[in-house]
Ligand binder design. Structure first.
Ligand code: ADP
Ligand code: MG
Length: 738
């Protein structure tokens, strides 16, 4: 009746248009991201209370002392503070038509006393116990249902044994009376007034093929489901929506890159590449050869390449990238390799130079902090085209860097860069003066990404995987030691050095700005140098050093002069020194799983047996035994338990994919490097860890749809198009040009 006045456009109206929301509530809601009527209806419950499972108070006697967790419901008949601090307690009497029960609170009694009102209806859950002939629930979990009174809208339906939504709230929201109950009321009124104006945005055939609930029913049922069966269908449909829109974005982006932008068709029969392969001291693995074939096909094609090369640390990605770059060079183009840190860029530069020593290829390094004269020279070379391969950091995408003819781009450790940087480097290849086109792009990552996540983070890329290690490798032995065993570790270090090997000792410096950490690392270095290994040559490496200093230390380590390199996490990626056979990680409990895996990957690169020693504080042993006996919500213990899980994982496996899965599980997908900055929409319902099936379906449907209608121009896709634009407003600006 009311909805006749509204149209679909009204969903974009400020949330104040919903009955029961004034300017004050509207402000607080807006601060929580709920700005429009649509936002409010899309504010989904985080959980539900199943009133059909509620037991009558009179029946609770049967559950007494049974250790069973039960839920009951009633109105508040009385409440009273008994005794004095510190033994004071609050006793609340809850009753229904069959009897009464006591709820007893020992903690936060003042808070609970204020929280209740006489006559209010609440549901409580807990274990029923007996005390002096009374039966009671101590500190039950509470769901507030209605405040009582005749005209209370909430109480309708409560007695029918339905499913009641629970909404997340916050202190600010509670200040304007938007606790669970308040939310129920405004969302109910938004649904009543506006649900009819929603239009189905999914194409009819897609909806039918998958037997999805129509949007109106799905939205109504996610808030007020008539059964758990329909609730799960509503959740399924709405999760699909979230993932489908995300995949549609990726599909459209990929389609536009492929079809609109002409790319370069390289002649892949390259003499230079042939020459390099023949000169290698090793045979490429089967996996490397396959990947090279995939890349060659892309390079030959006229469509621009956008390919992700995944391969665990040490699997030999660099040589693959170099071969592809040589093809570009042979075709008269420049190739660029962008790395996330200066150390890594320099390392790559030296590696490539070394591979190319007998070949007529000019290679240059461009990083920040080079002297201005040198820098001018390099920029000039890039601009004139006399440099053919250019290795660098972010410096490569600065405005004053102008390539003559950039045909091939390699981005290493992509997860450290955003989509924007990938796009920026690609655009360096477009040169209207000489008609240069879109360069081919190869993105490399050593951080194994669980499949569900790579489908979203890199969902617009084709994927190649190197899934075998070069044959000459021995598996690294990983050992966990506590701080009190550190002397033994140092003895082991000494043995390695006497055997002709080299050792890394790493200290945590997770955030470069952590002064304390830097101090700890340098102090430990001094101590190691003067007291423990005073007879050996040590070096120190951290991110605050100038590139010249870093360079000197790295060269001395590479040439074997420095035996033990004490470092912070700057060495995490890319460093390649096969003679280093031991990695000692101090305070290993502070590192993330991906970091530990990367650090360990710095050893095991030569023929010798390699070791990774993790050193953690003594508490790990205590917590390990405690963890078994004590399920806890104490934050500190939870964090410690997670740390132990990380250390155990690293000890138990070298499989990067397995490690990544556990990492995702421990951290949650939002935190898992970079998803937040990736420009993809945030997910409210769908969970990348558990909804892999829905994701796969969404991806298939989205890519199929874009195949048929690459610009969403068909009239039957009109509702989808406007829904998509509405939902993508924020993400699109981030991804423009992508
Ligand atoms: P990542 O994939 O971590 O970048 P690299 O490309 O740095 O690995 O390779 C690690 C080491 O293995 C390098 O020293 C490289 O020269 C060497 N390497 C690469 N491919 C092979 C192979 N097929 N057989 C033996 N050694 C190889
Ligand atoms: Mg590498």
């Amino acid at each position: 009746m009311k909805s006749q006045h509204h149209t679909i456009k009204d969903l974009a109206m400020p949330v104040q248009y919903v009955k029961g929301i004034g300017p004050k509530r509207a402000n607080v809601l807006a601060e929580h991201g709920i700005k429009t009527v649509r936002d409010l209806i899309y504010y989904f419950p985080y959980d539900y209370l199943d009133l059909s499972k509620v037991e009558k108070v009179g029946n609770l006697l049967a559950s007494m002392d049974s250790d069973r967790w039960i839920t009951t419901m009633g109105t508040i008949r009385s409440f009273e503070l008994i005794g004095r601090q510190p033994r004071q307690r609050l006793v609340v009497v809850l009753g229904d038509e069959t009897g009464t029960i006591q709820l007893v609170f020992f903690q936060s009694v003042q808070y609970f006393k204020k929280a209740f009102t006489l006559g209010e209806t609440i549901a409580v859950s807990g274990k029923v116990t007996s005390f002096k002939n009374c039966f009671q629930i101590v500190h039950p979990s509470i769901d507030r249902l209605s405040s009582g009174g005749e005209d209370d809208e909430d109480s309708q339906g409560l007695h029918t044994g339905g499913i009641v939504p629970k909404y997340g709230s916050s202190a600010e929201l509670r200040d304007v009376n938007l606790h669970v109950k308040g939310f129920r009321r405004i969302i109910k009124s938004a649904l009543d007034d506006f649900i009819d104006v929603f239009e189905e945005h999914l194409p009819k055939n897609l909806l039918e093929r998958n037997k999805f609930l129509p949007i109106k029913l799905a939205l109504r049922s996610i808030h007020y489901p008539e059964s758990f069966e329909i609730l799960s269908k509503a959740q399924h449909r709405l999760k699909f929506d979230e993932l489908f829109i995300m995949q549609l974005l990726l599909a459209l982006r990929r389609k536009s890159v492929k079809s609109e932008m002409p790319g370069i068709s390289f002649n892949v029969k390259s003499m230079l590449a042939r020459q390099l392969v023949d000169s290698l001291p090793f045979k490429l693995t089967k996996s490397q050869v396959n990947v090279i074939k995939e890349i060659a096909e892309d390079m030959e094609s006229r469509k621009p390449m956008n390919r992700l090369l995944q391969g665990d640390v040490g699997s030999g990605k660099t040589i693959v990238a170099l071969l592809a770059m040589l093809v570009a060079v042979d075709n008269g183009y420049q190739a660029a390799l962008m790395a996330p840190t200066e150390i890594l860029a320099e390392q790559h530069y030296k590696t490539l130079k070394n591979f190319l020593q007998d070949m007529p290829v000019n290679i240059r390094l461009l990083i920040g902090g080079q002297r201005s004269k040198l820098r001018r020279e390099i920029l000039e070379d890039i601009n004139q085209g006399s440099s053919q391969i250019i290795v660098g950091t972010h410096a490569l995408i600065q405005e004053n860097v102008k390539f003559t003819k950039l045909g091939f781009v390699v981005i290493d450790e992509q997860h450290r860069f955003g989509v924007a940087q990938r796009v920026a480097l690609r655009e360096k290849g477009i040169n209207l003066q000489n008609g240069s086109l879109n360069p081919d792009i190869l993105v490399m990552t050593a951080t194994p990404i669980p499949r569900t996540l790579s489908l979203t983070l890199y969902g617009d890329l084709d994927v190649s995987v190197i899934n075998e290690m070069p044959l000459n490798r021995k598996p690294i032995k990983t050992i966990l030691r506590t701080s009190s065993q550190v002397d033994k570790v140092y003895t082991f270090v000494r043995e390695q050095v006497h055997g002709g090997r080299q050792v890394y000792i790493v200290y945590p410096l997770i955030d470069e700005s952590e002064k304390m950490d830097l101090k700890a690392a340098t102090e430990s270095y001094e101590k190691l140098k003067t007291e423990i290994f005073s007879d050996l040559k040590l070096g120190l490496l951290h991110g605050r050093m100038s590139s010249i200093e870093k360079d000197e230390v790295m060269s001395a380590f590479k040439s074997g002069v420095i035996k033990i390199l004490v470092a912070t996490t700057v060495i995490e990626v890319g460093i390649d020194i096969p003679n280093a056979s031991m990695m000692v990680i101090e305070h290993a409990e502070r590192f993330g799983l991906a970091q530990l895996h990367q650090l360990r990957g710095r050893v095991g690169r030569g023929a010798a047996q390699s070791y990774c020693i993790l050193i953690a504080p003594d508490w790990i042993e205590k917590i390990v035994s405690k963890a078994i006996t004590l399920p806890t919500i104490d934050d500190d213990i939870v964090e410690k338990q997670k740390a132990i899980r990380r250390l155990q994982t690293i000890v138990e496996t070298v499989d990067g994919f397995k490690i990544a899965e556990i990492d995702l599980e421990l951290r949650g997908p939002g935190d898992f490097f970079g998803t937040r900055q990736s420009g993809l929409p945030q997910l409210q319902l769908a969970n990348l860890m558990t909804d892999g099936d829905i994701l796969a379906l969404a991806r298939q449907e989205a890519f199929q749809l874009v195949e048929i209608d690459p610009y969403l121009r068909l009239s039957e896709h009109e509702p989808l198009r406007s829904y998509y634009e509405e939902r993508m407003k924020e993400s699109l600006t981030l991804l423009q040009g992508g």
